[in-house]
Structure formats: C-alpha cells, structure tokens
Design a protein around this ligand. Sequence first.
Ligand SMILES: [Zn+2]
Length: 267
Amino acid sequence: MPSLTVTGDADRLRSASDALIPYLVPPPPPAADICPGCSSWRDVLGQDLCHNCADVVQALGRVPVPATVISLYRKPSPLRDWLTFYKDPDAAADDEHRQWPLEPARETTARLSTITARFLLENVGAAPLQDLDAVCVVPSTRRQPPHALEAVLRGVGLNVPVVSLLQRTTTPLEHSHPALGAYACTEPVQDSRVLLVDDVYTTGALSQSAAHALQEAGAHVTALIVLARRFNPGHDPAVAAIWQRQAAAAFSWRCDWPSTSAPPSPH
Ligand SMILES: [Zn+2]
C-alpha cells in the first residue's frame, strides 16, 4: 500500500501555492477555547467538545474523526468564492457577496488543487497519509456524482487512487444534524485505510456521517482533511476573537495532525 506523495514539479507548486497564502487563514492550535474535534470555538463550558461535535456523538454513537483543516474561511472572502463557485460556476455572476473576479471554473478548480497539493506535499510522511488504500470525498447532498472535489484531487497528482466509496442514501440528512445511515459504501472497505476529504466544514454533520459509514463498514478513516473550515465571526465575540487571532497568525503548510486517539466524549 503506498504512502501518499504528490507528483509533479515541486518548485513550481511551492511558488504557486505560496502566492495564495494571503487568502488563507491558519486553523487554531489546541487551546482551552478550541474544540479538538472541529477546530472551532468550544462553546460549551466545562465540556470537552463543542455542541456540534457533541451532536455527532449523540447521533452517531461515536466521537468525531478530528477535522484536519487546511485553512479557515469566512463569508465574504475570496476563499469562500473559490469553494462555492468551483462546483457551482453559474451562481457566481449574480452573487452579491462575491469578492473574486469571474473566471472559468477550471481555473478555480486548479487553484484548489494547488492548495491541496502543497498541503499534502508538506505533510508527506505523516502517519495518516501512510499506507493508504484510497482517497475518498464526501458525496454531495444535492448534486449528482461525480463530485467536483474529485476533479480537484485528480489535479493534485496523487499516487493513491481517488475512489468514490460512498453514496447518499434516502435517509434524510440536514446540514446541522448528523444521521446514521445517511451514506452507504458502494464497495467492500473492510480493513482498508481511507483518507476522507471534504471541501468545507461547518457543523461536521455531513462529513462525520460519511466517516461513520466508512467506519461501520470496517474501514480505518486515517484522517478527515477539509480544505476550509467555516468561521462566522458575527456569531459570537468569542468566535470573532479566535478569527482575529488566526487571521494575524503566520500561515504554515505543515500541519499538527490531530491526535490519532479519539478526543474524549462529553460526560
Ligand atoms: Zn467541535
């Protein structure tokens, strides 16, 4: 089983990706006010996890796979535009929040590939990227496959196959409510090591439900990488403070991988 590497011209990738750093905001390191499950504000006093991650535990009976976040984003921002319009280019022209100039979707996709490729390149050798059988995306709840994120990942030049291992079932799934049985595996995954990737993370309801389906089918989800984690500084002064702290922090492509041991569940 291969350990994940990124093929292609590393020097060119480094310069192209470093030019995008002004648009990226580093995720917060572990801290008393940060949820270890989702890198956001730990909003429940005296609990280990935030209320969204506690919902995951309650709905799925399992602690969340800690989200490994490349960047934070907020709306409006260029990064939000890229993550929205790479899969929905027709919506760009009329979007009142748009910050980034109109461009063909393939250019946006290529930019997201550059960000993802550089992140993976700088983390080659990390335990969650070793001995992988497959890289799998969280299926879209609204659009028919293939997911646009698969094109992003193909643009990375990975040595591990990008495979659709999951599909949505008819089980209702809302953006804020994790659900058992919302996804099903399309092929046997018993004992396989799967890197799960999603484009954005807000409550984790979708990606954690997807991770759960893989785990229930016997796969080891080595990590859940998300290109960007939504922050809403207007939600609470505490969120605004974390956002300001991180927006002022230096961006690093290297990641402190979440502990492979699961975060403790709420009492
Ligand atoms: Zn959380």
